[in-house]
Design a protein around this ligand. Structure first.
Ligand SMILES: Nc1nc2c(c(=O)[nH]1)N[C@H]1C(S)=C(S)[C@@H](COP(=O)(O)OP(=O)(O)OC[C@H]3O[C@@H](n4cnc5c(=O)[nH]c(N)nc54)[C@H](O)[C@@H]3O)O[C@H]1N2
Ligand SMILES: Nc1nc2c(c(=O)[nH]1)N[C@H]1C(S)=C(S)[C@@H](COP(=O)(O)OP(=O)(O)OC[C@H]3O[C@@H](n4cnc5c(=O)[nH]c(N)nc54)[C@H](O)[C@@H]3O)O[C@H]1N2
Ligand SMILES: [Mo]
Length: 776
């Protein structure tokens, strides 16, 4: 394939830290942000960086800074306010036209607001009146199941525990979570196969690994602190292979912020030995090829399989039935390369598989995770040093929120212990997740929406339909730090309740409180904000939930909500009683400044699964099915390009955190704008098109879509064609701008994760080179 210009500088480094962040903030914010970064992820009284869920290094003698962290913190510590004056200046209809970037830069939410339909504006409302209104509306419901209570993964453990307790005491399990769009296939499949839906590795395993297979992950952008660990592993002789349809430039070289000389001298480490440029959606096929070769050549770990696993025979039969022809068509990788990869796996005494959204966000997301786990089990790579499963989570406490019970499908164990500790019945019926909840909203089955953080409508598929549905509810409640698009589609009643951010001090009558989070490797870590809150009218999430619960649940409530919000030790005492693994929580969190590791049974080869063994899983979809789907995208009829089907994947840049858009740059992908469509230059010229041309992207007609919106046009554009080293069958666009292209029916079977990373589209050129996406 033709060479394309690439970002040639190392990832990270001071330029990345300073120049790219400095420009997006005013000086005051930059200073405030930078000072707070120095206080983040530090032992003794620092706060956990809300930038991602990658763990802190255990030695922790150094300053853990990264570009991602600085930006996320600067966004939160911004002194500019979206206050009453701001809302007086702009109608909601006007704000609906603002971009994510403009809304992000409107500043911090700083007082409770109520939507006044007569003026089409948000106006201030006292806290008590807001609680009164919510109580009145919740009281009018025929059933608690008519309300949906969403959570986003920034919320720390203590308020998360209170929130699920409030929602369940109110009477429903309608607790969808951003996990439903993120690592849900991981939680579901690891839970089923290993008994624990979480990473089996700890950070020190990366120091002993011999082979790291990194599937569908872009750490230079999304988890920059992971680069240090990868560079270190590489230095120790570990082979690192990235399996990704995109050659993500940030992965090739890395300037280590933890090595001052490195930074000063402009040196860099190499990180990745090889990139397997897989077709979008091809991971199950690739993993099938690897597993098939390992079994057929008897390079598997029989002792481990016999002692610890169940389900080997059915998997073996299934693998035998898959043909190499389908496998290579399904992943787009020649058999010889798959075999070479299998040999590396066979020869490695310690293999870690890491994965991100490139694995989970597919119709085959559950299968992808199952096949990664199958591979680790075939080789006995669970429960030994330097090896294991390493899903890398995004939101800093997305894992902890689930541990605290934010779950629409709670386990019986959780409900039983909540009933025991709080002496009240808990609802048993499973609730809505993100996808089924959105459908229920659209169909008019829900009358109340509450978001504990997040940007539900924009993060989910079918954004405009959800926004429209939000205007038909009786009540929408948003607890957040920043204004976003979900807050701009008011129902009959609409309130915004502004909360303290992670960086800010929580001062109560009992003194300064600290909270806790759980990182991607099951470490429970204290977090304590130190900054003066941007406004005096903010409350902690715990306080908001406590006051709301007191209003809504009334006098018969036997849970000391207000006392809990004043003294987080009290919340932790309840957590210790109700949640497995948190015994002596208050004492253990204080014993070690870096917190404690939650017991992980599978790490000790104890299998809390149905069979009592680690479980091999046969994928839902055969490779013949996958290959047939791929064949569609290989059918190159250039006479009529609208007949050619592409796989669209959605990606993030380092100038955004999910739906919060900080800027327009993507240094690594060489673009200064977000309205771009990435395509391989060979494909661009094969179509007779040119970079800079404008194209419209629409969903392929055969795509299923939610019945209520079957005929909705799903078109995005015009987008500017931009060259990228990406698999031939693929195009990529930025999330969340492309979310209206995705629908609520195209998701994985068990986890219901939407197929944000593989959706078939057709393209139409509407204009030739009007503008060029300028390289940075
Ligand atoms: N700067 C920044 N940091 C973030 C975030 C952010 O928005 N901005 N978001 C946070 C959150 S919530 C999360 S979950 C994480 C996400 O972090 P990641 O898991 O890294 O997620 P993405 O960037 O969405 O996609 C990762 C990669 O998947 C690849 N990919 C796409 N399709 C396929 C496929 O079919 N197979 C394979 N093997 N790869 C594929 C893409 O090319 C891309 O490189 O980042 C967290 N950190
Ligand atoms: N097409 C496509 N769609 C995707 C993805 C993708 O890769 N492609 N990724 C998916 C993934 S991995 C995820 S995790 C979801 C993200 O979905 P969400 O978690 O819903 O989205 P965010 O953009 O992270 O939420 C931002 C909002 O959170 C609020 N907030 C920030 N900090 C705090 C806090 O400390 N407390 C409270 N209460 N509120 C706060 C602010 O008001 C801010 O506007 O999106 C998913 N959607
Ligand atoms: Mo995520």
């Amino acid at each position: 394939m033709r060479k394309i210009p690439v970002y040639s500088h190392p990832a990270a480094g001071w330029p990345a830290l300073i120049s790219s962040t400095r420009k997006l903030m005013d000086y005051q914010t930059f200073l405030r942000g930078s000072v707070s970064v120095l206080k983040s992820n530090q032992p003794q009284g620092g706060f956990d960086c809300p930038g991602c869920a990658w763990p802190d290094h255990k030695s922790h003698k150094r300053i853990d800074v990264c570009e991602n962290g600085i930006k996320v913190i600067a966004s939160e510590t911004m002194t500019k306010k979206a206050d009453a004056q701001f809302f007086a200046r702009h109608t909601v209809t006007e704000l609906q036209r603002w971009s994510g970037y403009e809304l992000e830069h409107s500043g911090r939410l700083s007082e409770p607001m109520y939507y006044d339909a007569a003026q089409d504006r948000y106006v201030p409302i006292p806290w008590e009146a807001a609680y009164g209104l919510i109580t009145e509306q919740l009281g009018k419901l025929d059933s608690p199941n008519e309300a949906l209570f969403y959570t986003s993964g920034r919320v720390t453990n203590e308020p998360a525990f209170m929130y699920q307790l409030f929602v369940r005491s109110f009477g429903t399990n309608n607790l969808p979570d951003c996990s439903n769009m993120c690592h849900e296939p991981t939680s579901v499949m690891l839970g089923k196969q290993l008994g624990v839906g979480k990473a089996t590795v700890m950070l020190e395993d990366f120091e002993q690994a011999k082979l790291i297979l990194m599937f569908g992950q872009n750490p230079a952008t999304n988890h920059p602190r992971m680069l240090e660990m990868l560079a270190h592993a590489h230095e120790q002789g570990c082979r690192i292979i990235s399996i990704n349809p995109m050659r993500e430039q940030g992965l090739s070289r890395f300037r280590n912020p933890q090595k001052p000389m490195h930074m000063a001298a402009g040196q860099s480490d190499d990180m990745v030995d090889d990139v397997i440029q897989i077709q979008i959606g091809g991971d199950t096929a690739l993993l099938t090829g690897i597993a098939k070769w390992l079994i057929e050549n008897d390079r598997i770990n029989h002792d481990f399989i016999t002692t610890h696993t169940a389900g080997f025979e059915p998997l073996k039969q299934w693998l035998t039935a898959q043909t190499w022809e389908d496998i290579t068509l399904g992943c787009g990788i020649p058999q010889i390369d798959i075999v070479n990869l299998a040999k590396l796996v066979a020869d490695s005494s310690a293999t870690i598989c890491t994965w991100g959204m490139g694995i989970t966000q597919h119709v085959q997301g559950d299968d992808n995770v199952a096949m990664i786990t199958n591979l680790l089990l075939l080789m006995g790579m669970i429960g030994i040093d330097g090896a294991g499963a390493s899903p890398v989570r995004g939101h800093s406490n997305v894992q902890g929120d689930r541990t605290m019970g934010i779950h629409e499908r709670p386990s019986k164990t959780l409900l039983d212990s909540l009933e025991r500790v709080f002496e009240r019945p808990m609802p048993k019926e499973h609730g809505y997740d993100v996808v089924t909840g959105a459908k229920a909203l659209i169909e008019g089955d829900l009358k109340v929406f509450m978001g504990m953080g997040g940007n539900y409508a924009v993060a989910a598929p079918d954004t405009s339909a959800i926004q429209q549905a939000l205007t038909t509810t009786q009540l929408n409640v948003f607890v957040g730090t920043k204004l976003n698009e979900t807050m701009l589609y008011p129902g009959a009643n609409n309130v915004i309740l502004p909360c303290l951010g992670r960086t800010e001090r929580i001062l109560t009558t009992k003194g300064e409180q600290f909270a806790t989070i759980e990182d991607s490797m099951c470490q429970i870590v204290p977090t304590q904000g130190k900054l003066k809150p941007v406004s005096d009218n903010l409350k902690s999430e715990a306080k908001i939930i406590a006051e709301l619960a007191t209003h809504v649940l009334g006098a018969d409530s036997s849970i000391p909500w207000l006392a809990m919000s004043e003294d987080f030790d009290l919340i932790r005492d309840y957590i210790a009683q109700a949640i497995n693994g948190f015994e002596n929580f208050n004492q253990r969190i204080r014993t070690n400044e870096r917190g404690f590791h939650l017991y992980h049974a599978a790490r000790h080869r104890v299998w809390n699964t149905e069979s009592g063994k680690a479980q091999f899983e046969v994928p839902h979809y055969s490779i013949t099915y996958v290959a047939a789907q791929m064949a569609d995208t290989h059918d190159i009829d250039h006479e009529d390009t609208t007949q050619k089907v592409w796989q669209l994947t959605s990606v993030r840049s380092h100038d955004q955190f999910n739906t919060m858009i900080f800027g327009f740059k993507d240094r690594y992908r060489q673009t200064n704008r977000r309205d771009v469509l990435f395509m391989h230059p060979d494909e661009i010229s094969r179509l007779g098109w040119q970079k800079g041309d404008q194209v419209m992207v629409s969903r392929h007609a055969s795509s299923s879509s939610h019945t209520a919106h079957k005929n909705k046009p799903r078109v995005l554009g015009p987008l500017i064609l931009t060259e990228m080293d990406i698999a031939a069958n693929a195009v990529a666009a930025y999330y969340p701008e492309c979310n209206d292209l995705f629908d609520l029916d195209t998701h994985a079977p068990d986890s219901h994760i939407p197929a944000y990373k593989s959706t078939t589209v057709i393209l139409e050129r509407v204009n030739t080179s009007v503008q060029t996406a300028e390289p940075v």
